[in-house]
Ligand binder design. Structure first.
Ligand code: FAD
Ligand code: NAD
Length: 458
């Protein structure tokens, strides 16, 4: 797009880093004719993370929860440029960023406004051996890796004699972290064993053990006590070996070392899934370092109530998991609402910038200048309210077609637990959250396929 509008006013460059929940909700609502928009991300698709744990075991196809970013961008008016690259350096003073593509080609991009929505990465708490041996469940390639590892272990175990001790070892699937990711992953693995493998490989399925390891006295800490107790009982009944108060201290190629009541124990494993939460990415840490006078929290970027980055308020915004503010949890729900909010902020900023340009024209009279100032004040005061998060509730799948939910409707709290209705509700909510009709249809079709033909076994 041209760098100026028809009247000669400048069209500013807006660079968006990321193609996740925050970036996509911003892009969906943003008027892309008002800016030169450049999207930079190493991932040329959006990933619907709430259903990621259903993909390694074939309940849902991985492709069904991926939406090419270009499909999203082609529906926008005006031109939006997408560059497949990682942002590696940000210079907030001179307003430029360095980006590097997969082939190590680098480019420098100038920006007028920058939006950081780079998310976060899986954390290991520097526990030795985790990065080398465990599989995370955060990105699409994690799902592919886990699927391969599970299938390999199943076939290797089937090859061995029934009394070979290696067999049990290969068939022990350990999930570390009893947050929602770990619980949903363990539930999907146990469903896979109970519903699919028991038919395809009955001898193997009998020997599979799914273990869920949590360092604290209970799982799912963000939920109400009733729901936690219900889920823990339910999980135990579903044959998952739930190990509470069990803190992982080290990971070897086939054994994890845990601490229980200050005593060291060893748990052998065949597949290890790591889900102990998130930490800031390098790009986030680097930016915080540059603005270290005000960026003082190691958990994420500090922003104000208008989602402007502290230390670079006039040009950088940050949303989603890369931020830490207001006690908000790093969830898709938060990132999505922040993205929608920012789209409106950019609409108003465009108006302010246009007025600013007009005020600098040589032909402008004193009266017109006063008029412009009044308009600007009105916009700032009335059209740019602070961001207000509206919590709608939390859902989690707990296995065997059961879910739990905490909901906030018209200011009142409600709970759903375990009933078939809770599971149906879980499905409807996730279908409604899909970012495209294509995703909604594909996920619905996968659920139908699962119902009639079972899981995808390849
Ligand atoms: P992301 O969605 O992670 O997007 C970050 C983007 O930035 C990606 O496109 C990435 O490729 C890109 N990027 C990374 N580094 C760079 C760089 N250097 N330069 C440019 N771009 C970069 N939340 C819920 O509310 N409900 C749920 O049910 C739920 N389920 C989940 C299940 C799983 C398995 C996981 C892992 C998370 C789940 N979450 C859920 C959390 C939710 O996914 C995150 O809170 C959400 O993705 C945050 O959005 P974001 O835009 O900040 O980051
Ligand atoms: P989390 O931070 O919520 O949970 C991690 C768990 O790992 C904690 O319970 C912690 O005590 C445990 N842990 C940490 N170190 C350990 C160790 N060494 N040994 C044993 N246990 C250890 O992480 P998550 O589940 O990945 O979730 C990340 C974010 O994504 C959260 O904000 C969550 O709300 C969101 N999310 C939401 C949903 C949902 O709404 N259904 C699903 C997935 C993720």
């Amino acid at each position: 797009q041209s760098t100026t509008f028809k009247d000669g006013s400048p069209r500013k460059r807006l660079v968006i880093l990321g193609t996740g929940w925050g970036a996509v909700s911003l892009l969906k609502k943003l008027d892309t004719t008002e800016y030169n928009v450049v999207v930079v991300s190493p991932r040329n698709y959006f990933l619907f993370t709430p259903l990621l744990t259903s993909t390694p075991v074939g309940t849902i196809d991985l492709k069904s929860i991926m939406e090419p970013i270009r499909h999203i961008l082609k529906r926008k008016k005006g031109e939006v440029v997408y560059l497949e690259a990682n942002a590696t350096d940000i210079d907030p003073k001179n307003k430029h960023i360095k980006i590097v593509d997969n082939y190590k080609e680098t480019r420098t991009l100038n920006y007028d406004y920058l939006v950081m929505c780079v998310g976060a990465e899986s954390t290991t708490f520097h526990i030795p051996g985790v990065r080398e041996n465990a599989i995370f469940i955060k990105e699409a390639y994690d799902s592919t890796r886990m699927k391969e590892k599970i299938f390999n272990n199943l076939e290797r175990a089937a090859f061995l004699d029934i009394d070979d001790p290696k067999r049990k070892h290969l068939l022990t699937f350990v999930v570390v972290g009893g947050g929602p990711t770990g619980v949903e992953m363990a539930a999907e693995l146990q469903d896979y064993v109970n519903e699919s493998l028991c038919k395809w490989m009955p001898e193997i399925s009998k020997d599979i053990q799914v273990k869920l390891v949590e360092g604290l006295p209970n799982i799912l800490n963000m939920f109400d006590k009733n729901l936690i107790e219900y889920t823990q009982d339910f999980i135990k009944k579903s044959k998952i070996d739930l190990k509470l108060n069990t803190f992982v201290k080290g990971v070897d190629s086939d054994i994890i070392t845990v601490e229980v009541n200050k005593e060291k124990q060893e748990i052998p494993y065949g597949v290890l899934v790591w889900a102990t939460g998130i930490q800031p990415r390098d790009i986030t840490r680097n930016l915080a370092q540059i603005l270290s006078d005000v960026q003082t929290d190691r958990r994420g970027l500090l922003i104000n109530e208008k989602l402007q980055l502290l230390g670079a308020e006039s040009s950088i915004f940050a949303i989603g998991d890369c931020t830490f503010h207001g006690g908000l949890a790093p969830t898709a729900q938060v990132a999505y609402q922040e993205g929608l909010y920012l789209a409106n902020i950019f609409k108003q900023l465009h108006k302010l910038d246009q007025l600013d340009w007009k005020s600098q024209l040589s032909s402008i009279s004193e009266r017109q200048l006063n008029d412009i100032k009044k308009q600007q004040e009105y916009i700032v005061k009335n059209k740019m309210p602070n961001f207000k998060y509206v919590y709608k509730g939390t859902l989690a799948y707990i296995g065997s077609e059961r879910a739990i939910a905490e909901l906030k409707i018209a200011g009142k709290d409600y709970q759903l637990r375990g009933s078939p209705f809770a599971f149906l509700f879980w499905k409807i909510v996730y279908l409604s959250m899909c970012v495209s009709i294509r995703n909604t249809l594909m996920v619905s079709m996968d659920w139908c396929k699962f119902y009639f033909f079972g899981r995808n076994s390849i």
